[in-house]
Ligand binder design. Structure first.
Ligand code: C2E
Ligand code: MG
Ligand code: MG
Ligand code: MG
Length: 279
């Protein structure tokens, strides 16, 4: 009856949108619709900005803003995450070089790298090429990979060691949600563990034990531990109290454009990044 018709129409709409997005992603003009935003990373001890995470944005004239949750998996499926990922890295390195030259001091900027990109045989070459092209100091660059990029521990180790050799920092993103074994945490040259935001959200319910355990494990392994998705003062205070090193989330700031992150950084100079002072 009516229900059946409704479902079919709804499904058709979803399929149509899927194909439309896919077609738009294949067009060379895509690169003119992409941009990068930056979300501050905060030192929980002194409440200061230590760096930023670069996040990709896509604005299409008809489709509007499409979220990465929707288009990154499609880019992966289409094999386009390799060139687009390289484009992101180049944009970020160019931006950082510009910041470096104009005296803006961000300790590090992190770039998300998809497992497919990380495992691609040209990945290291691409990274070296972008670094050479942009003359960016690799010590300021951090690469974020998820646990799922590390399923082949031997291959991962070689890639990670080569990145470390270049001076690049490594962080494990969305930690606690992937499928790899814990042993790699000890074996691989990792700098930062980013606790997935789902654990931080669960602090309001009964998530303390898991969060505390991850923080302690990360610290015992000498990693920097960062909590993602901090939205409330209570969450911030709890994590600070557990001596989690760093935080990131809407509590301080949403991802903002390159001019705005510089403003946030400038504003805090001489003072701490007190949310209420700016908003
Ligand atoms: P992610 O790397 O874990 O990035 C953090 C995501 O959490 C971002 O979503 C950010 O906007 C969001 N977020 C930050 N603070 C809060 C908060 O307090 N509460 C909540 N609910 N969310 C918060 P975004 O920008 O939509 O990106 C989603 C995912 O898409 C990223 O998750 C990352 O996996 C992927 N992604 C984004 N940019 C890139 C990219 O350039 N390359 C690749 N391969 N993946 C990317
Ligand atoms: Mg990330
Ligand atoms: Mg994450
Ligand atoms: Mg993620």
């Amino acid at each position: 009856g009516n229900t059946y018709c409704f479902n079919t129409a709804n499904q058709n709409m979803k399929v149509n949108r899927y194909y439309q997005i896919e077609q738009e992603l294949r067009k060379p003009i895509l690169y003119e619709q992409l941009s990068v935003v930056y979300q501050p990373l905060i030192n929980l001890k002194n409440n200061k900005i230590v760096g930023a995470e670069a996040l990709l944005r896509w604005h299409h004239p008809q489709l509007g803003n499409v979220t990465p949750i929707e288009f990154i998996p499609l880019l992966e499926e289409l094999g386009l995450i390799i060139p687009v990922g390289k484009w992101v890295l180049r944009s970020v390195c160019n931006q950082m070089k510009q910041w470096q030259d104009t005296g803006v001091f961000l300790e590090r900027v992190s770039v998300n790298v998809s497992p497919l990109q990380f495992q691609n045989s040209d990945f290291l070459l691409d990274v070296k090429q972008v670094l050479a092209e942009t003359a960016m100091d690799p010590h300021l660059l951090e690469i974020e990979i998820t646990e799922n990029a590390l399923l082949n521990i031997n291959e991962s180790l070689n890639t990670l060691l080569a990145l470390k050799e270049l001076g690049i920092h490594i962080s494990i993103d969305d930690f606690g949600t992937g499928y790899s074994s814990l042993s790699y945490l000890k074996e691989l040259p990792i700098d930062t563990l980013k606790i997935d935001k789902s654990f931080i959200q669960s602090l309001n319910i009964d998530g303390e034990i898991l969060v505390n355990t991850i923080i302690n494990m990360g610290k015992n392994l000498n990693h920097t531990v960062l909590a993602e998705g901090i939205e409330t003062k209570d969450q911030m205070a709890y994590l600070k109290n557990q001596h989690c090193h760093e935080g990131q989330g809407y509590y301080w700031s949403k991802p903002v454009n390159s001019e705005e992150i510089v403003k946030l950084k400038m504003l805090e100079d001489g003072s701490t990044f007190e949310k209420d002072a700016h908003y």
